[in-house]
Design a protein around this ligand. Structure first.
Ligand SMILES: *Cc1c(COP(=O)(O)O)cnc(C)c1O
Length: 438
């Protein structure tokens, strides 16, 4: 994981870089996403602009379905928080996906997009009474329960509504995901899940309460994991737990291994979905045979990140004695990952017909914060007015955008084999102060 304070000079060859993205390519010298020209998109809709590929989303989702096909009962529950645009959700719902949600707002989005409630798993550490009631009334497939007090609350709300709540307990397997501390969730000092040591008692407690149907066990150890080993370690811990539970007469129907498989942003070499599946399948097939357990997965980033780019135009070039700054029309408001996690994301030109010599630039926004950068020390040939594409921006991009500095959030475009349409309009200033009064 890159240090946010130290950024060595990074020179990315755009053509080599996009070779990893099946739905992004250069045609002649112009960057295309899902067969739509990014130059045309920038001119048509303006910048900054989020652009998604429908076919990349589908291919990324299908990779999970195909890789885990040896199991007879698999639910791929796309993590809505990574990109919750209705068109993204509708695309995946139509392909058969379930959804992992962390709020009642996300549940409402899933239903609005045509997703099925019974394919929804509801994760998250702070579910309120009203969240639980909403989800029970909608008929969600499973509550992933993160605390003992939540077990009690769900039982209580379900009793009041005369319903039975399907639950899985989220276990914290205490494995090191070896990822950025802010996106590591499976260590014992994280706020997530029920500790391995308390899990058995928590299950016993749950089985003593009314209106609960204990159906599963769940873990999610972090995000942007590139190795399969931490997933295998987590599964081993979960299997120990499952053996104990069945031995004590608490039977389950599924194991949920969360999301977290990483993607390539610049030079990472994450395991492919099929490598990930192959690492887990022998143990999962055992669980299927021994206990009839199905599998739930909750991939977010791995489905949405590389299905999207953020297009931004160069507004000002400001060479100084120490550094060259390229000030672009996107910023930490539109794409927070570099400022929040020190993420290193690739910045490539929409048009490769360079008319200047390459120099080393910091790509920054115009927000009044020194953390407002998108990329540091990048070798690029830049002119004012150029359009740049930040790849990997389909996940944790728009969903984290803010209106800080009274900046309207960008439009979002969905491309499908050369056609393109607005799936979220750019915000207007009126949108920004809706609900305010003088
Ligand atoms: C964030 C999250 C995910 C998705 O993580 P990715 O790294 O995007 O795959 C899945 N499950 C839970 C519980 C999460 O919090």
């Amino acid at each position: 994981m890159a240090d946010s304070t130290e950024h060595p000079i990074l020179t990315i060859d755009p053509r080599t870089h996009v070779a990893d993205f099946p739905f992004i390519h250069y045609q002649d010298d112009t960057l295309f996403i899902d067969n739509a020209s990014t130059k045309t998109l920038a001119q048509t809709y303006g910048t900054p602009l989020y652009v998604y590929s429908k076919n990349a989303l589908l291919a990324n989702y299908r990779a999970y379905v195909e890789s885990f096909a040896p199991l007879s009962d698999v639910k791929i529950c796309y993590a809505v928080k990574s990109n919750s645009n209705l068109a993204v959700l509708a695309t995946l719902a139509h392909a058969g996906a379930g959804f992992d949600i962390v709020s009642s707002g996300e549940l409402a989005r899933v239903l609005k997009a045509g997703g099925q409630a019974d394919k929804v798993v509801y994760s998250g550490v702070g579910k309120t009474k009203s969240d639980i009631a909403t989800a029970l009334n909608a008929g969600v497939g499973c509550f992933n329960v993160e605390a003992v007090s939540e077990i009690e609350l769900i039982s209580q709300v379900a009793s009041e509504l005369g319903k039975t709540a399907p639950i899985a307990l989220r276990i914290n397997p205490d494995v090191d995901a070896k990822t950025h501390p802010y996106i590591s969730t499976g260590l014992k000092d994280n706020k997530f899940g029920i500790s391995h040591d308390n899990a058995l008692d928590a299950y016993r407690f749950a089985s003593s309460l009314p209106n609960l149907d204990i159906i599963g066990i769940d873990c999610h150890i972090g995000s942007q994991l590139t190795d399969t080993q931490p997933f295998v370690d987590a599964l081993d811990k979960v299997i120990e737990m499952i053996d104990e539970l069945f031995a004590q007469g608490i039977s389950l129907r599924h194991v949920d291994l969360g999301g977290g498989l990483g993607v390539r942003y610049t030079d990472e070499t994450p395991a492919s979905v099929s490598e990930y599946a192959n690492a887990l399948l022998p143990k999962l097939l055992d669980l299927q045979e021994k206990y009839g357990l199905g599998l739930h997965l909750e991939p977010g980033r791995n489905i949405s990140a590389n299905a999207g780019v953020l297009l931004t135009n160069v507004d000002v070039l400001k060479p100084t004695e120490h550094k060259n700054f390229a000030i672009v029309d996107a910023s930490m408001c539109e794409l927070m990952r570099p400022a929040l996690y020190g993420s290193v994301m690739a910045v490539i030109p929409a048009d490769l017909t360079a008319t200047t010599t390459p120099q080393v630039w910091d790509i920054v926004g115009s927000v009044c914060e020194s953390s407002d950068f998108l990329a540091k020390n990048r070798t690029l040939a830049l002119n004012v007015g150029d359009t740049l594409a930040i790849t990997g921006a389909g996940a944790y991009g728009f969903v984290m955008a803010s209106n800080y500095n009274t900046r309207p959030r960008p439009a979002e475009i969905m491309c499908d084999d050369g056609s393109h349409r607005v799936v979220r309009e750019r915000e207007s200033l009126d949108d920004l102060w809706r609900g305010e009064s003088v």
